[in-house]
Design a protein around this ligand. Structure first.
Ligand code: SF4
Length: 337
């Protein structure tokens, strides 16, 4: 599929989410934690965009900001309303309420996402009531439809969350997210709290549902094998910035950025005859408050050059099919935000 023919659902431009650090009685701002720092990317309708990086790289904050659960410090998040792009960062309360029907989040811990004191029925009817489905009959019809999609029997609605296994609970969370027919699901580590044997079940179910409803997924995870299995494209983040974006296959077969290479070299290989050279990253992840000058990865990069300590590399296209990386090792055309 050619890049220009894909419909873009989100255009994210120069997105920043900074958390101020205050000091003293007057709460003077003395610095910022730059969790998301000037991120620009387009998300295509119907794709799964995997988002990877070490803990603290900003991937979860990015997901929450795209959904406006975190208020951005700067930048734009344009959402496609039948071909017209509207900046959701400027939405008023009513517009935001409508937007919330289109984008939902699936969280890591399915147990805390469901109120343990309420029956599943109550947890399922609340969002429908909020979004104006007043008829009990209509609500139950929707509940039954979404439960069927995740292979859970309708009579289980009268149970409490603790009566389900972890996998069933996550399936319930996915079903609840589907009630108001969203276009996008932002999945933040959706299977990392589950047993490995259950993970594949939930991932396959998510793929089936995506195909059936033409959903777009932003799939955030630290497990690179899971991300590879799920994603059409992958975006690698380091200290709040994108360092590489590519089709899943291209990224795993021919990663460009030294950080991506190091991450991929850490994936365990089951074949004992296949000896893989692991690249161990030197040094600590720098603080997002005091980022190193130039390329933020330079203190850990085995290829660091003089320019890397002075100039922050720009995300540029390199090679075919929209493969982009931000590294002075590569030349290419600059990505226009
Ligand atoms: Fe390494 Fe320089 Fe590339 Fe940064 S810009 S990843 S320091 S080679």
């Amino acid at each position: 599929m050619e890049t220009e023919k894909k419909e873009v659902i989100f255009k994210i431009k120069n997105l920043k989410t900074w958390f101020p650090i205050t000091k003293g009685f007057m709460k003077k701002v003395v610095g910022n934690v730059k969790a998301v720092d000037d991120v620009s990317i387009e998300v295509y309708k119907g794709e799964t965009l995997g988002i990877v990086g070490e803990s603290g790289c900003g991937k979860s904050t990015f997901g929450k900001t795209v959904m406006m659960l975190e208020k951005p410090t700067g930048g734009e998040v344009l959402f496609n309303y039948n071909g017209e792009y509207k900046d959701i960062t400027k939405f008023n309360k009513d517009e935001m309420f409508e937007f919330r029907k289109k984008v939902h989040m699936v969280f890591q811990d399915p147990y805390s996402a469901l109120n343990p004191q309420k029956k599943i029925y109550t947890s399922f009817e609340e969002p429908l009531k909020t979004h104006g489905v007043d008829s009990v009959e209509e609500r139950e019809k929707i509940m039954n439809r979404v439960l069927k999609m995740v292979n859970i029997q309708p009579d289980y609605l009268m149970r409490f969350p603790h009566e389900f296994s972890g996998g069933q609970r996550q399936r319930l969370c996915i079903a609840r997210a589907l009630e108001v027919t969203p276009e996008v699901l932002i999945c933040d580590e959706p299977v990392s709290a589950l047993d490995v044997s259950i993970q594949a079940q939930v991932l396959n179910l998510m793929k089936e549902i995506q195909k059936e409803l033409n959903l777009t997924y932003l799939f955030i995870a630290h497990d690179l094998s899971v991300v590879q299995y799920m994603s059409d494209r992958i975006m690698v983040m380091y200290l709040g910035k994108i360092v590489e974006v590519a089709d899943s296959k291209a990224l795993y077969d021919e990663p460009l950025h030294p950080y991506t290479k190091a991450l991929l070299s850490a994936i365990p290989v089951a074949d004992i005859h296949h000896k893989k050279k692991r690249q161990v990253l030197e040094g600590e992840v720098p603080s997002p408050i005091h980022k190193p000058s130039g390329c933020a990865f330079h203190n850990r990069c085995p290829y660091c050059m003089d320019i890397c300590k002075k100039e922050d590399p720009v995300l540029r296209y390199h090679g075919a099919d929209g493969h982009m990386t931000a590294c002075h090792l590569y030349d290419g055309s600059e990505v226009k935000a």
